[in-house]
Design a protein around this ligand. Structure first.
Ligand code: PGA
Length: 245
């Protein structure tokens, strides 16, 4: 299956920088067969969507509220993201789980709201360094999958070991193979045959230099890229390393 390369721009870029980055990516993206997505801060979704019009790069948000609308100061609803030009949304990123106390249950509610708004969710799971040191990595991810994914689930899962995010430490191909095989098994257990075709992204210090080997691991359906997605050439090099079909 075609791999998905998604850039998570996190809380980076002023408006002009976000537009320039989007234009740089769009300019080099036309011959690339992998599916491409960039997720700027919500404030810049509309401008980035406009900059990407006519290109093969989609736009997504980094979070959305579990309600459509209402008295939720500072929050953003799925329909607003959709209205601004987003077609995807990242949910349950470990930085949201850690910094905003997001639980599996909340992530599941947000996932339902995103799908209802017409957004494709990318639901993130992953263990901390302590959980891995304690041999609890699969158990942790298993609970996160069971709690965070609604039934049916029509989105993408991203496995992002917390200790590999922004640290320059990448999980070994063996670690990724083991965890992605486990996630596949869990998805099939939860969703039957539909679980066979859910894409499972790897995230955590993906860069041009390690993309080809990570993208070749069985059950890896693409990458969720943080730091390296802030440079158009680096992001495009990762995208070129991904499978087009
Ligand atoms: P990183 O971030 O590529 O900078 O490690 C990945 C992510 O948090 O999605």
């Amino acid at each position: 299956m075609r791999q998905l390369i998604a850039g998570n721009w996190k809380m980076h870029c002023l408006a002009a920088e976000a537009v320039a980055l989007a234009q740089g990516i769009a300019a080099g993206a036309s011959g690339i067969g992998a599916e491409l997505l960039v997720c700027p801060t919500a404030l810049h979704v509309a401008a980035v969507a406009q900059a990407l019009q006519g290109s093969n790069v989609a736009v997504g948000g980094q979070d959305c509220h579990q309600a459509k609308q209402g008295a939720h100061t500072g929050d953003i609803g799925g329909p607003m993201l959709r209205d601004a030009g987003a077609s995807w949304v990242i949910l349950g990123h470990s930085e949201r789980r850690q910094n905003h106390g997001e639980t599996d249950e909340l992530v599941r509610e947000k996932t339902l709201a995103a799908v209802e708004a017409g957004l494709t969710p990318i639901v993130c799971v992953g263990e901390t360094a302590d959980q891995r040191a304690g041999g609890q990595e699969t158990e942790t991810v298993g609970w996160q999958l069971a709690g965070s994914l609604p039934k049916p689930f029509t989105g993408v899962v991203a496995y992002e070991p917390v200790w590999a995010i922004g640290t320059g430490k990448t999980a070994t191909e063996q670690d990724v193979a083991t965890m992605h095989a486990f996630i596949r098994e869990e998805l099939v257990r939860q969703f039957g045959d539909a679980g066979q075709i859910i894409r499972i992204l790897y995230g955590g210090s993906v860069k041009a230099a390690n993309a080809a080997s990570l993208m070749a691991v069985p059950n890896v359906g693409g990458a969720l890229v943080g730091g390296a997605s802030l440079n158009a050439e680096e992001f495009l090099a990762i995208a070129r390393a991904a499978r087009a079909g």
